[in-house]
Design a protein. Structure first.
Length: 613
């Protein structure tokens, strides 16, 4: 008998199969050999398959998550307020097999995010009234049955498991209602799921920072909501967790900062301001006008960008932890009565964004209907605004007016924050010159049109500078800075450009790659970030058609008509990448690494093959 077994082993070995073991009692020989994953020289994306909801521009596919055991993709369908469940056992053709809804457990609720670990699907569920507490609901990935739920903070957004699967963290964004009469406190819920049938939630909040408001503002953290405490003003957006599961970092997008959380202590230990990107440097150049009818990527002295990251991820290189951010940018804009707000009623909302040329109107701040009510409040007694001529003379600023700087072909079209950059007195009140004018020394734009790498203490290590816009200009010059729902050349240059929003990180062999979704331009930027100090551009993959040749249809398949009775045309392809998920080869249904992307505009969940080279 031993001879027969040995012969079989030899046959298997000759075929390159794993070794046999004659001694069944020696358990160490029962384990398959560890095969190190091949490290590619580089990679490329190619389209493998997709699932189409057929719902256009209504967020029918946002955040995807993947379960290796069941080979299923779970996708947030914000249009329905549920999770679409896709069978991806044949990834070239995902099939819709069901839905997960939490409405039975929280009436009229909507799902904002999803995460999967060890066969457990976690849903971040928003209450019907977004300022009310939400829940996290847990389901089985295998049979889609409800398991349990737990209460969390207001407007739970992104959520994620710790590496060991025993804890879930959720970012409670806690946005205010439309007139700011209710502004709940932002927080991070830390949920113990070691007993998934009885999850226990604790809260890492920002109350301890309420007494440090002036200190935080001085450091560069943006805290500016009407009458808001620090805890009310900070709005956690996205979370990443260290490899050892001890530390988390949460992006505070509107605040241009990152919070650090001690998971075991359930405490926010630091808030790191991210600073500002100097667009006066050639390496940080950008196109600021949607009306000059050309690609004009150039440096603008006195203009800075707020990084304001949406997605954040972490990885380890040279035994150090690094954070990676997609620097989307986001302005606060809430109002319950837009007309009343813009005619001076500050109780009807809050708006901080304004076109540069409107801020520097030659008529001053007297034009009704042009200015946010909160700007009008501080502008009483102010004749208008000017640019500091020692900084902005290059585009025509003088001692009394902004000059040609505010022209549409210059900085005039760019959306900036009116509540930053002007000179103030010691008490923080606006400082006026001899002519009664408010002087702006800097202009602050939203987002950085890039992705960045930071150390674990929030210090900038590397930024992609102007490369996103330059690559788009090089590869798609005729559709530069288009919107995700309309093919209009240069359309987004005045407002965050290609707008990087989502990202994910994937390790293949000994290399680490970052995949960044461009929300407006669409498509995926791919970088090799194995060396955090010197990432390398790999690919910009974009398969949108840029041709509006498909008829928009309703749920019954009937063409939707515009106000003039004409069919509405949309373009084909994946539009508006929102969430991205990397699938390692060992977890993939075809044994090759994949990238899964939820596209909120086209309503499609795309599956891309990651090809090793």
């Amino acid at each position: 008998m031993k001879f027969k077994i040995s012969a079989l082993c030899l046959a298997m070995l000759s075929m390159g199969l794993v070794a046999c073991n004659e001694d069944k009692d020696n358990s160490t020989h029962d384990k398959p050999p560890i095969v190190e994953e091949v490290t590619p020289a580089t990679i490329s994306l190619s389209r493998l398959g997709s699932y189409e909801t057929g719902v256009f521009e209504e967020s029918a596919a946002e955040i995807p998550a993947y379960d290796a055991a069941s080979k299923r993709i779970f996708v947030v369908n914000a249009k329905k307020g549920v999770i679409d469940v896709l069978d991806a056992s044949q990834p070239e053709k995902p099939v819709h097999i069901g839905e997960l809804s939490a409405r039975e457990h929280l009436a009229n609720s909507e799902v904002n995010s999803v995460s999967v670990k060890n066969g457990i699907v976690a849903l971040a569920v928003q209450a019907e009234k977004k300022t009310d507490p939400g829940i996290v609901a847990f389901f089985s990935a295998k049979d889609l049955k409800f398991i349990s739920k737990v209460n969390v903070g207001a407007l739970p957004d992104m959520l994620t498991f710790t590496p060991d699967g025993k804890t879930v963290l959720v970012a409670n964004e806690a946005e205010p209602n439309d007139d700011y009469s209710i502004d709940p406190e932002g927080s991070v819920s830390i949920i113990d799921v070691s007993n998934i049938n009885q999850p226990v939630a604790s809260t890492a909040d920002f109350k301890a920072w309420n007494t440090k408001k002036a200190e935080l503002i001085q450091s560069g953290v943006r805290i500016f909501g009407p009458n808001a405490t620090v805890a009310q003003d900070l709005e956690p957006e996205y979370i990443t967790i260290s490899d050892d599961g001890k530390t988390a970092w949460a992006s505070l997008q509107e605040n241009n900062a990152i919070a650090k959380i001690d998971i075991a202590a359930k405490k926010v230990t630091n808030i790191y301001p991210l600073g500002f990107k100097d667009h006066g440097l050639t390496t940080n150049a950008l196109d600021v006008s949607d009306k000059d009818e050309k690609i004009n990527i150039q440096a603008w002295q006195g203009l800075v960008g707020m990084y304001q990251p949406d997605a954040i991820a972490q990885y380890t290189a040279n035994n150090q932890t690094y954070l990676v951010t997609a620097n989307e940018g986001d302005a606060r804009e809430w109002f319950s009565d837009e007309a009343a707000y813009f005619t001076g009623d500050a109780s009807k909302g809050y708006v901080e964004s304004i076109r540069m040329k409107h801020l520097f109107n030659k008529k001053g701040f007297n034009a009704e209907g042009d200015y946010p009510a909160h700007l009008a409040q501080i502008a009483k007694g102010i004749k208008g605004a000017k640019l500091d001529p020692t900084i902005f003379a290059y585009c025509g600023a003088t001692a009394t007016e902004a000059g040609k700087c505010r022209d549409d072909e210059q900085l005039g079209r760019l959306n900036i924050a009116w509540n930053m950059g002007y000179e103030t007195n010691a008490d923080g009140s606006p400082k006026l010159d001899a002519n009664g004018l408010l002087t702006y020394k800097k202009l602050y734009a939203y987002g950085a049109r890039s992705f960045s790498i930071w150390d674990a203490q929030g210090q900038l290590v590397w930024d992609s500078g102007s490369e996103f816009e330059r690559k788009v200009a090089e590869l798609f010059p005729n559709t530069f800075n288009t919107d995700h729902a309309a093919v209009a050349f240069d359309d987004r240059s005045d407002n965050k450009g290609p707008e990087p929003e989502g990202l994910t990180i994937g390790k293949i062999g000994k290399k680490t790659f970052a995949f960044i979704g461009l929300e407006r331009q669409s498509g995926i930027m791919v970088y090799d970030i194995s060396n955090p100090q010197k990432p390398m551009f790999v690919q910009y993959f974009n398969d949108r058609s840029f041709k509006q040749d498909q008829v928009l249809k309703d749920s019954k398949g009937q063409p939707i008509l515009d106000q003039k009775g004409k069919q509405i045309l949309i373009e084909k392809g994946d539009l508006g990448p929102e969430g991205l998920t990397f699938v390692a080869a060992k977890d993939s249904p075809n044994a090759k690494p994949m990238l899964i992307v939820g596209n909120e505009v086209s309503g499609s969940t795309a599956v891309y093959q990651i090809n090793l080279k």
